[in-house]
Design a protein around this ligand. Structure first.
Ligand code: CAA
Length: 285
């Protein structure tokens, strides 16, 4: 019988985790959101408040709806509060060691039917799943930034993910108003495998002073109808995240399209990570 999802956990309340928590709460689900400590929790809660205030200002939510949405998200620093969750979505930083540890703990805390999902964009879901006693109930649920806006969820099935788990997660993604696609466990899945070759090429063109950042971005916005140019998009994604994704894909496929442009590494070393540090290819207030 198909699973009922009423309480969903989110581990990690950074840009992606807080966006995912918002999507879940908007669909009327009870969300248990977990962060490492009170400072990170307050920052995550701040992301949610900021994003819902923006929706309020744009008339997408009223005061009451915003209050109800925020009330549906219970913030905690204890993973054990996920004991009743039907599904847990992990969205912590891209470290296999950290994720393995969280999944091993979730495996002990949650009920045996609970699905454990990772929002990883560059690690192997199979390698994460083997740190649990239920790799058949481990999947990828890869959201896109900004999660409240973008409709895609890549549902990643490993060679051992049970078919009913994939079917239930796909149905759940539809319930969230998203469009799921199902893909096997390979670096970059579908969207990043196609997108990042293009983004990397744009960095190379910029590095070779082929064109200005504004002209590179304008060409793709006005010539191809993309909502953002590639350098502005890299600032949104975060240059460190982009580098990780490229590097992982390059090591897996050896496709030179994915060999990270040297400028990316230099900008990361200099602390220019994009919007999150106030400066990347562009400068932000
Ligand atoms: N949170 C919530 N809502 C947001 C938002 C955010 N961070 N940013 C924008 N929005 C909402 C706005 O409130 C607005 O909503 P309404 O239309 O309902 O009023 C809508 O999105 C459009 O926003 P704006 O008018 O401010 O600006 P825009 O039209 O330029 O859209 C954008 C902004 C949604 C970011 C758009 O430019 C876009 O889609 N850019 C491409 C983003 C993209 O490609 N993301 C994928 C990155 S790859 C990835 O995420 C995978 C990975 O593994 C790294």
């Amino acid at each position: 019988m198909a699973r009922e999802f009423s309480t969903v956990g989110v581990v990690g309340l950074g840009t992606m985790g807080s966006g995912i928590a918002e999507v879940l709460a908007r669909s009327g689900l009870s969300v248990v959101a977990v962060e490492l400590d009170d400072v990170s929790l307050a920052r995550g809660r701040g992301h949610l408040e900021h994003s819902t205030a923006r929706a309020l200002a744009r008339g997408k939510l009223d005061e009451q709806g915003r209050g109800e949405l925020l009330d549906r998200v219970r913030c905690t620093t204890s993973l054990t509060d996920l004991a009743e969750a039907d599904l847990v979505i992990e969205a912590i930083p891209e470290s296999l060691e950290l994720k393995a540890d969280v999944f091993a703990q979730l495996d002990k805390i949650t009920g045996p039917r609970t699905i454990l999902a990772s929002n990883t964009s560059s690690l192997s879901v199979t390698e994460i799943g083997v740190h649990t006693s239920r790799p058949g109930k481990v999947v990828g649920m890869h959201f896109f930034n900004p999660a409240p806006v973008l409709k895609l969820i890549e549902v990643v099935r490993t060679v051992v993910t049970e078919p009913d788990v994939v079917a239930d997660v796909v149905a759940f993604a539809h319930r969230l108003g998203k469009t799921p696609v199902v893909i096997g466990d390979r670096a970059g899945f579908i969207a990043n495998a196609l997108l990042f070759g293009y983004l990397n090429h744009a960095v190379e063109m910029y590095e070779q002073r082929y064109a200005t950042r504004e002209d590179l971005d304008a060409a793709m916005r006005y010539g191809c109808g993309y909502p953002m140019g590639p350098l502005a998009l890299l600032d949104l994604i975060g240059l460190d995240t982009a580098y990780e994704i490229l590097d992982t894909m390059y090591h897996q496929s050896r496709n030179r399209l994915h060999a990270p442009a040297p400028l990316l590494k230099q900008m990361i070393t200099a602390g220019l990570l994009g919007r999150k540090t106030g400066r990347g290819f562009y400068t932000y207030d």
